[in-house]
Design a binder for this molecule. Structure first.
Ligand code: SF4
Ligand code: SF4
Length: 253
């Protein structure tokens, strides 16, 4: 019998569900499941009993809490799809809207991080969910496989960090500076960010800004610890922009 899947979008840019729909395996996914609800693709008022619910987006409105709780009560497993659902996401930078991860309101059985989740990781997670297996996420940080990594990366931490981005963005990948961003005085959150993105930003000569979220605990506590080890120039201490770009501190309700 086909498993019942439900896909819900809360406050989001729809980037996660769009990435999922564009996966090569999405047509096979549709063949293999009974999609009981997908608010992105069609209107459906009912929230039916289901095996797996994938939730995209953060909680920013009261009415979404009822929807979430209803979904939780009807779902065997609930998975946070993307960084907004898992950690709150970049809406947390807003001064007018709240952005809470879904785990602040319901129990969550797994996350698929990323803004949006990288296609390879997302495809593997979907296959595991179809096989009724646990999601497996990388346990390494972005530095682990970074082409700029050197053995003594910790020694780079004390370098004066005075830039958030390379001053001149250089798309000439062949001739780019091959040194670790920290060594170049550019803030890179690779040391505290979960791998799984295949260092796509680094390969494009952009420092990691943490979209995959932390390996353990909440991103803010990791970021605070990390920033206490780097010598961040005063002018760059826009902590909200660094800490809240993809997540807010966890709150207990
Ligand atoms: S995690 Fe990123 S891509 Fe997904 S809904 Fe949020 S902002 Fe959009
Ligand atoms: S800090 Fe950034 S540039 Fe340096 S090794 Fe880690 S991910 Fe690569």
């Amino acid at each position: 019998m086909k498993p019942n899947f439900l896909i819900e979008s809360l406050t989001s840019c729809s980037g996660c569900i769009s990435t999922m729909i564009s996966l090569d395996i999405f047509p096979q996914f549709l063949d293999k499941v009974n999609l009981v609800r997908c608010s992105f693709m069609r209107d459906e008022n009912n929230i039916s009993e289901n095996d797996i619910a994938l939730i995209e987006g953060c909680v920013s409105e009261e009415k979404q809490i009822d929807i979430l709780k209803n979904i939780r009560s009807k779902s065997k497993r609930v998975i946070a799809l993307g960084t907004c659902a898992a950690f709150g996401g970049m809406l947390a930078l807003s001064t007018v809207k709240e952005a809470e991860p879904i785990s602040n309101y319901i129990e969550v059985d797994g996350i698929i991080p990323g803004c949006p989740p990288p296609s390879k990781l997302l495809g593997n997670c979907i296959i595991r969910l179809l096989e009724n297996k646990e999601i497996i996420l990388p346990e390494k940080n972005v530095c682990a496989d970074c082409e700029f990594r050197t053995d003594n990366i910790e020694s780079k931490f004390m370098k004066r960090i005075n830039k958030l981005m390379p001053r001149e963005y250089n798309l000439d990948i062949e001739n780019k500076d091959k040194r670790c961003f920290l060594e170049r005085g550019i803030l890179c959150l690779g040391p505290i960010t979960r791998d799984g993105c295949e260092s796509k930003c680094i390969k494009l000569n952009l420092p990691c800004d943490g979209c995959m979220g932390p390996i353990k605990n909440d991103f803010t506590s990791n970021a605070i610890n990390f920033l206490s080890t780097v010598n961040l120039a005063k002018g760059l201490r826009k902590y909200k922009g660094i800490f809240y770009r993809y997540s807010k501190p966890k709150t207990k309700r």
